[in-house]
Design a protein around this ligand. Structure first.
Ligand SMILES: Cc1cc2nc3c(=O)[nH]c(=O)nc-3n(C[C@H](O)[C@H](O)[C@H](O)COP(=O)(O)OP(=O)(O)OC[C@H]3O[C@@H](n4cnc5c(N)ncnc54)[C@H](O)[C@@H]3O)c2cc1C
Ligand code: SF4
Length: 565
């Protein structure tokens, strides 16, 4: 049991926590990083470069693998037979959904968190996001503007390595980029079609190394990214922040340590955390002068809501009553998929070069007039297709035997489909709280979700379906269909809002530096501080805001607000 007091405890070692511990360790502070699951080992845990026919269950995994687990649902994309047996994903800690809510909470408990397997799309927020309330009258502006955050985006991009081009889009400020990824054949066809209907189709901002960067090798386009990169050619804490923090010798890393609450002193300030050691099931306390929570959005709120004391009867730093509130997410779903007849029978090319998005459709709606469409704000879209590793289009074709196989091959380069990324708006009815009755197997009260898609994002969903009909026509493509419903809430893994930052302590949990208004030595470094998701992804902004928060935290040490241990 560690008895020493640290300068800082960082809870979580993902994009946010990993960045925080690297910066704080490099500044000479003693840091105890606490991670709920085991240490990931890329050589054992990234099971890439295997074909599904080499796997016993053809990639789907042993159907009995969750027997006896508290949370039995498999996680799509990132969890499959490729990661089976590695104890990487959270299935011990259950959560609840209130009736009518169907939140899908996918958690990676290993060190590095979800960024071991992420999609790497990395756009900047802009003033169109930060000042949206001024533009359309809904909600409140963010307490920051683009000019203030831009240098941190630059710092994050320089560190992570983001490939893209300068595009001069009103919704998407440009940054500092590595050369873009080469396009696939389908990208040129999609771009031509998109041009005809007035929709931009441009290289995505992708945190994947198109050339060697900061000591990390260039990508060799094997296309296995969502199973983890065995050479570290995209930003992940496993290859970037964690080894750099360790190299300082200022890091103590505790694994399999599930934090249940933040401990407070006589004044109600943070003095450490209590965690459950998964292996012994014993509860242990560890102390520090400052606590940084980076357990990933809703889990950070879960820990804070469970941190009740006489000072904080409804959860630590919750004098506003906004802790756990304002839960937002990206609505995901496929508004159209089909095939490009002009590519039938063409030779196969490795189109899964990045196993992800090479190009995207950045927001193009409501740019000149914020109320031009039936909905406010806007959404972005990603297009996938071509020759993937697995010919998923087989289910669209009829037949059997060798004729069927020939047909699958004939269609192999042709499939094309879309993914919408539409932000929900903060709503009083969307939030998390503590389930009054249920506890997990470690005796920790469970988190409970209350969430439904709102009218605004559902209007975006309908809009995107029409865009797909128009685009398919413009590309000369045939449509096979579209999802009837959007994906379940939680699918995108871009949830925000539950500890939102703001200038007013009555309506926000943290100040604009992500320091909680109430507890001056408690900071937050994940997407829970973002008041809403915008139409952009969260990870690069998490890294940028964490860099900025750590700068302010270090300054507070220098100014004497925090004392060294
Ligand atoms: C397949 C996939 C595709 C994605 N695509 C993109 C994309 O293209 N662009 C993008 O921006 N984002 C994408 N994301 C989301 C992105 O991965 C997350 O936004 C980001 O990794 C979140 O980082 P985080 O540090 O906040 O949380 P996490 O990565 O979840 O890390 C949280 C850490 O905290 C630890 N922890 C949790 N609870 C506790 C506790 N109680 N006690 C102690 N430790 C705890 C966990 O072990 C974990 O290490 C994708 C994710 C996946 C899985
Ligand atoms: S495509 Fe590139 S980044 Fe992805 S796993 Fe392969 S080498 Fe790594």
């Amino acid at each position: 049991m560690p008895t020493k007091t640290f300068d800082v405890i960082v809870v979580g070692t993902g994009a946010g926590g990993g960045t925080a511990m690297k910066i704080l360790c490099e500044a000479g502070l003693s840091v105890c990083a606490i991670n709920s699951g085991p240490r990931i080992d890329p050589s054992k845990d990234y099971k890439l470069h295997r074909q599904v026919y080499d796997l016993k269950y053809r990639g789907y995994g042993n159907p009995l693998r969750f027997a006896g687990k508290a949370h039995q649902e498999p996680y799509s994309v990132e969890e499959s037979e490729y990661s089976e047996g590695s104890d990487i994903f959270e299935h011990d800690v259950a959560y609840s959904n209130e009736p009518g809510t169907d939140w899908y909470w996918k958690r990676c408990k290993a060190t590095g968190g979800k960024a071991n397997f992420w999609g790497r799309s990395s756009a900047r927020h802009g003033d169109i996001d930060y000042k949206a309330a001024d533009l359309d009258g809904f909600g409140e502006n963010w307490p920051v503007d683009y000019a203030e955050i831009a240098p941190w985006f630059t710092k994050a991009e320089r560190y992570m390595g983001v490939a893209s081009t300068v595009q001069n889009r009103p919704s998407n400020p440009d940054g500092e980029y590595l050369p873009p990824m080469s396009w696939r054949c389908i990208d040129y066809i999609i771009q031509k079609g998109a041009e005809k209907i007035g929709v931009p189709y441009l290289p995505d901002r992708c945190a994947q190394l198109t050339k060697a960067h900061n000591g990390h090798p260039a990508c060799h386009y094997c296309g296995n990214c969502s199973r983890g990169c065995d050479v570290g050619a995209f930003f992940s804490p496993t290859w970037f922040t964690i080894p750099e923090a360790e190299a300082t010798k200022n890091l103590t890393l505790l694994t399999n340590a599930l934090v249940r609450s933040v401990l407070v002193d006589e004044a109600g300030m943070a003095r450490g955390v209590a965690y459950v050691d998964r292996t012994t099931k014993r509860e242990i306390e560890v102390y520090a002068k400052v606590v940084v929570l980076a357990a990933s959005c809703v889990e950070t709120a879960h820990i804070m809501l469970n941190s009740k004391s006489r000072h904080w009867p409804t959860g630590i730093a919750n004098s506003s009553g906004h802790l756990g509130k304002n839960l937002c997410d990206h609505l995901y779903g496929c508004p159209g998929y089909g095939y490009l007849p002009q590519l039938l029978g063409q030779p196969a090319t490795p189109d899964n070069i990045a196993d992800s998005t090479v190009a995207w459709m950045p927001r193009w709606q409501n740019l000149k007039n914020p109320r031009e469409e039936k909905f406010i704000r806007g959404y972005s879209m990603y297009m996938g297709g071509g020759c993937g590793e697995f010919p998923g289009h087989y289910s669209q074709l009829e037949g059997f035997g060798s004729e069927f196989k020939r047909n699958i091959k004939r269609y192999y380069p042709t499939p094309v489909g879309a993914l919408i990324q539409a932000p929900s708006l903060p709503s009083e009815t969307n939030y998390v709280d503590i389930d009054p009755e249920k506890k997990d197997i470690f005796g920790i009260p469970q988190l409970r979700f209350h969430f439904r898609w709102g009218q605004n994002e559902l209007l975006m969903w309908e809009h995107s379906k029409q865009v797909m009909i128009d685009l398919f026509k413009a590309m000369g493509a045939e449509m096979w269909g579209a999802d009837d419903e959007p994906n379940r809430p939680g699918t995108s893994l871009h949830e925000t809002g539950v500890c939102r930052l703001g200038n007013d302590p009555k309506t926000s949990v943290t100040n604009k530096w992500a320091q909680t208004h109430d507890v001056k030595n408690l900071y937050i470094c994940d997407a829970s501080i973002f008041p809403n998701p915008t139409d952009k992804t969260t990870t690069m902004p998490i890294v940028a805001y964490t860099m900025r928060t750590c700068d302010s935290l270090l300054n507070n040490f220098k100014q004497g607000l925090h004392k060294r241990a």
